[in-house]
Design a protein around this ligand. Sequence first.
Ligand SMILES: [Zn+2]
Length: 76
Amino acid sequence: MSNDMEKNDAYSSKKCPECLTYIPVKAVVCPSCKRRVGKITDTGMARKAFDWKAYLGFVLALAAFAFYIWWAFFRK
Ligand SMILES: [Zn+2]
């Protein structure tokens, strides 16, 4: 058994990273704010669930920004 497993078993609740409410360790959606949460971390907080849409939006925004910089300043 790994240390990770033992650590997880020691907790019965984790803290939602969005609204800071204590929620069951096994919860994948926070019952309080309805946001997706990830696994518990070493500090007893839940990880933020990976949000593909937000990630994609960020990458697209970054690409658009980079393109604008190139267009505005480096285009010959
Ligand atoms: Zn929450």
